[in-house]
Write a protein that binds this ligand. Structure first.
Ligand code: ADP
Ligand code: MG
Length: 232
C-alpha cells in the first residue's frame, strides 16, 4: 500500500464568492518509507499539500488516501504524523524537556518511558544540554531542533516538514539537512519535505515533485530531473 495517494486531487480556497485553485489535478503517490521532496516557489501550493495530508483543507475534489484511508474518513487526532513548520512553534512557558515530552503527555505515557524517549530524541538532535531551558533562551536553529525532537518523540509513521530551514543561516542549514537524512535512515518513516531550495531536493530526496502554480511540473529521482535540466 502507498503511504499517500493523490488521485485527480484539487484543493481550493474560498475568497468572498470566488474559489482560488491552490492544487490543480494532482496524480501521484508516495511510497511507504520514502523521503519525498516537494520543490516549488512561494505560492506554488506546497503548504496546501501538507495541509491536505493532515486533513486540514476544506474545499477539495478528487481523492486522497493516507495509508489506504480516504481523507474524508481520516482523523488527525487518531493519526501519528509529525509536523514541523517553517517557524518553530514551541510552547513558550514550557522547558525544552516539556516541549519535547508534550505529545507523550497527551497520551498519558508513564514517566519512565517519557524520560527514556525524550533523552533518546534529544541526544539524536544534539540538544541534551538544553533540556532545562525555555524556548526564548535558544537560537532559531536550536528551536527548530527541539521542534524536530518533539515531532519524533512518538515514533511517527510519517513526518511532514514545511520549509523548516528557510530562516536558518547557510552553514547551519547544511548541518540540519544532514540531520534530516540521518533521521530518515534511523526511523525509515515516510517523509514529505517541502522546500524552495534545489540543494535540499538534490541532496535529500528519493524522489522530487516540482510544483508550479499548484500543478505538477515534473516528478522523478534527483538524477532523472537533473538530466532533464530541472535541478540546475
Ligand atoms: P506555498 O506554501 O508553496 O508558498 P501555499 O500552499 O501557501 O503555497 O499557497 C498556494 C496558493 O493558495 C497561493 O496562491 C496562496 O495565495 C493561496 N492561499 C494559501 N492559503 C490561503 C488562504 N488561507 N486563503 C486564500 N488563499 C490562500
Ligand atoms: Mg508555504
Amino acid at each position: 500500500m502507498n503511504a499517500i495517494e493523490f488521485i485527480d486531487f484539487s484543493c481550493y480556497y474560498k475568497n468572498k464568492k470566488e474559489y482560488i485553485t491552490a492544487l490543480d489535478h494532482l496524480n501521484f503517490s508516495v511510497e511507504q518509507g520514502e523521503l519525498f521532496v516537494i520543490l516549488g516557489a512561494s505560492g506554488s501550493g506546497k503548504t496546501t499539500m501538507l495541509k491536505s495530508v493532515l486533513g486540514l483543507c476544506s474545499y477539495l475534489s478528487g481523492a486522497l488516501y493516507i495509508d489506504g484511508v480516504s481523507i474524508d474518513d481520516f482523523k488527525l487526532q487518531n493519526s501519528n504524523i509529525g509536523f514541523i513548520r517553517q517557524e518553530p512553534d514551541l510552547y513558550p512557558h514550557l522547558t525544552v524537556y516539556e516541549n519535547i515530552a508534550f505529545p507523550l503527555r497527551t497520551i498519558h505515557t508513564p514517566q519512565s518511558e517519557v524520560d527514556k524517549r525524550v533523552e533518546e530524541v534529544a541526544a539524536l538532535m544534539d540538544i541534551s544540554w538544553l533540556l532545562t531551558r525555555k524556548p526564548k533562551q535558544l537560537s532559531g536553529g536550536q528551536q527548530q531542533r527541539v521542534a524536530i525532537a518533539r515531532a519524533l518523540v512518538k515514533n511517527p509513521v510519517m513526518i511532514l516538514f514545511d520549509e523548516p530551514f528557510s530562516n536558518i543561516d547557510p552553514a547551519l542549514h547544511t548541518q540540519l539537512r544532514l540531520l534530516v537524512k540521518k533521521i530518515h535512515d534511523l526511523y525509515r518513516c515516510t517523509m514529505l519535505f517541502v522546500t524552495h531550495d534545489k540543494t535540499d531536493a538534490f541532496s535529500l530526496a528519493d524522489r522530487v515533485l516540482i510544483l508550479e502554480q499548484g500543478r505538477m511540473l515534473a516528478l522523478g529521482t534527483p538524477q532523472t530531473l537533473m538530466e532533464k535540466g530541472f535541478l540546475e
